[in-house]
Design a binder for this molecule. Structure first.
Ligand SMILES: CC(C)(COP(=O)(O)OP(=O)(O)OC[C@H]1O[C@@H](n2cnc3c(N)ncnc32)[C@H](O)[C@@H]1OP(=O)(O)O)[C@@H](O)C(=O)NCCC(=O)NCCS
Length: 182
């Protein structure tokens, strides 16, 4: 585990930065990571993840819980597991998230895609959402993002609507889904 009160994150820092680097090299954004791509050292990133976990401190106005998905590596006796993905849950919606973002955002490391991790991560996070007392969650994605569409549908997503919106300077068709947790 990362010692949250320590400034020596050691091997975790190397792993997280290597994870980030893989997205940057591919020109991919790291959806659902609380902006990991902005951080060249993890201390500031961890600090804002801690801040965002609480209502009063979260800069997006709702509490957010951020997870890393880890795979234990066989043959790697010491050290930390391999990071395969990240996922975050916003504990409630606000008008901005209703339009773009929804309750849950996630990414899988480029070299670990098409192995079922996104579906597993989303299922685990839906269980967490149920634990928060949510009865349903909203997810959205670019209507051209086949991987995300299939992931959401496999986890019980029901289509609500398509909207046109601006995302990173591009006009996209944003597809909204709801997943019931009851
Ligand atoms: C979308 C993303 C999370 C999918 O992750 P993944 O781990 O590869 O997904 P899974 O392996 O769990 O696959 C889920 C389903 O989608 C399909 N799929 C995944 N990527 C696909 C692609 N590029 N094209 C077509 N189908 C794809 C899988 O085949 C699987 O369907 P199947 O079981 O019917 O075969 C990953 O591509 C990613 O990180 N993209 C960038 C960030 C992003 O778009 N996040 C989602 C929006 S917030």
């Amino acid at each position: 585990m990362i010692q949250q009160d320590s400034s020596d994150y050691g091997e975790w820092e190397r792993e997280i930065l290597a994870y980030r680097q893989e997205f940057l090299e591919k020109g991919d954004s790291i959806n659902g990571s609380r902006g990991l791509h902005h951080y060249e050292a993890i201390e500031g990133w961890l600090e804002q993840i801690r801040d965002c976990a609480f209502d009063n401190n979260s800069y997006i106005g709702v509490p957010v819980t951020t997870f890393l998905a880890l795979r234990k590596e066989s043959g790697r006796a010491e050290g930390i597991p391999h990071i395969v993905g990240n996922i975050e849950i916003r504990h409630r919606l606000n008008p901005a998230l209703e339009e773009l973002g929804g309750h849950i955002g996630y990414s899988v490391r480029p070299s670990e895609r098409r192995k079922g991790y996104a579906v597993r991560m989303l299922r685990e996070t839906l269980a967490f959402a149920r634990g928060l007392g949510l009865e349903r969650v909203m997810l959205d994605c670019d209507a051209d993002n086949t991987g995300a569409l299939k992931t959401i549908l496999k986890c019980g997503g029901v289509f609500e609507k398509d909207t046109l919106c601006e995302y990173r300077g591009k006009q996209i068709r944003n597809r909204h889904f709801w997943i019931s947790l009851t």
